[in-house]
Write a protein that binds this ligand. Structure first.
Ligand SMILES: NC(=O)c1ccc[n+]([C@@H]2O[C@H](COP(=O)([O-])OP(=O)(O)OC[C@H]3O[C@@H](n4cnc5c(N)ncnc54)[C@H](OP(=O)(O)O)[C@@H]3O)[C@@H](O)[C@H]2O)c1
Length: 281
């Protein structure tokens, strides 16, 4: 059985990977409570003492707004620790899979008139617009061509008490009868975490030091996503009010506005947002 050292195994995505693939691979969690990956010596000692074929690196500073205030900490976790993990992996002769994000892209419209919607493939040029995305891009730069890079986008799952993703946040607020404002002039690409896990399973078995997008099969405005969530759980969709991107993100870290990110690998099948919400039910 392949032995996979995994960072971030307690997080939203990592915990589901271990749940779903725990019988197919031997996972060795590198827990923050035991090793803080910003401590390079401790990380080196820990990895040196372990035997593993792959390092699946999910641990990250993931608070997009917080990253603007805590740039140094974000950089240490997302960039410096990732570069150090690659050094340790190479010393062990292990393969590394680095998890990244669609927030490396700027999400801006382009073309001659600046009105064409972008489509981000694995070959598109990153151009981050806020510090979290910048740090993830710098991490990609630090390891590219030596590791597999897998970008994810708006991941969600059926349940996970430790952290609410955007689907469960919207559902929760609607259940509380709260009025929500959701952006109407923007696109996101929501991704069912179980599809990400299946995609990673395929990529582990077809390892190459390339870039992959494990992202949902369609993109949707946050406002329409909210309506679909309300509809799925028979909640009051009138509680959702449209708001513009400019108004919603005033004073907050910017997210890519038109984040139409696609997976061009035909061997990896991802669900549309509607299909996976239906599967939830
Ligand atoms: N969630 C998203 O919307 C999203 C979207 C695109 C890409 N991604 C990427 O997917 C990956 C996983 O995201 P996620 O949402 O599952 O993360 P998460 O739920 O925020 O969990 C972060 C994980 O990183 C660990 N960690 C943080 N700092 C650490 C440190 N200094 N040393 C060791 N471990 C540390 C945490 O350990 P503790 O539990 O001990 O704190 C936790 O297991 C990240 O690389 C992220 O950039 C996420």
């Amino acid at each position: 059985m392949k032995r996979i050292l995994i960072t971030g195994s307690t997080g939203l995505i990592g915990s589901r990977i271990v749940e779903l693939l725990g019988e197919k691979y031997t996972f060795i969690p590198l827990l923050q409570s035991e090793v803080d990956i910003t401590d390079h010596d401790a990380t080196a000692r820990a990895l040196n003492a372990l035997s593993f074929d792959y390092l699946l690196h999910l641990a990250a500073y993931t608070n997009v707004d917080g990253a603007e205030q805590e740039r140094e900490l974000c950089r240490k976790i997302n960039v410096d620790a990732t570069a150090n993990l690659l050094i340790q992996c190479k010393a062990k002769g292990a393969r590394m899979i680095h998890i990244s994000t669609d927030f490396v892209f700027d999400g801006k419209k382009g073309g001659a008139h600046g009105t064409e919607l972008p489509t981000y493939t694995e070959a598109s040029e990153p151009n981050p617009i806020a510090y979290y995305g910048q740090s993830k891009f710098e991490a990609e730069q630090a390891v590219k061509e030596e590791v597999m890079i897998v970008r994810l986008s708006y991941p969600y799952r059926k349940s996970f008490d430790a952290k609410r993703d955007f689907v469960r946040t919207i559902r929760y607020l609607l259940e509380q009868g709260k009025t929500l404002t959701m952006v109407q002039d923007s696109l996101i690409t929501p991704t069912f975490i179980d599809d990400i896990v299946n995609g990673l399973d395929y990529l582990i078995q077809h390892y190459s030091t390339d870039i992959y997008h494990l992202v949902g099969a369609d993109s949707i405005t946050p406002y329409d996503a909210g309506k679909l969530i309300a509809h799925t759980w028979h909640l009051n969709e009138k509680l959702i009010q449209p708001v513009s991107y400019a108004e919603y993100f005033k004073g907050k870290a910017l997210r890519p506005q038109w984040a139409r990110i696609v997976n061009t690998n035909k061997n990896i099948i991802m669900s549309t947002f509607y299909e996976s919400l239906k599967a939830f039910m």
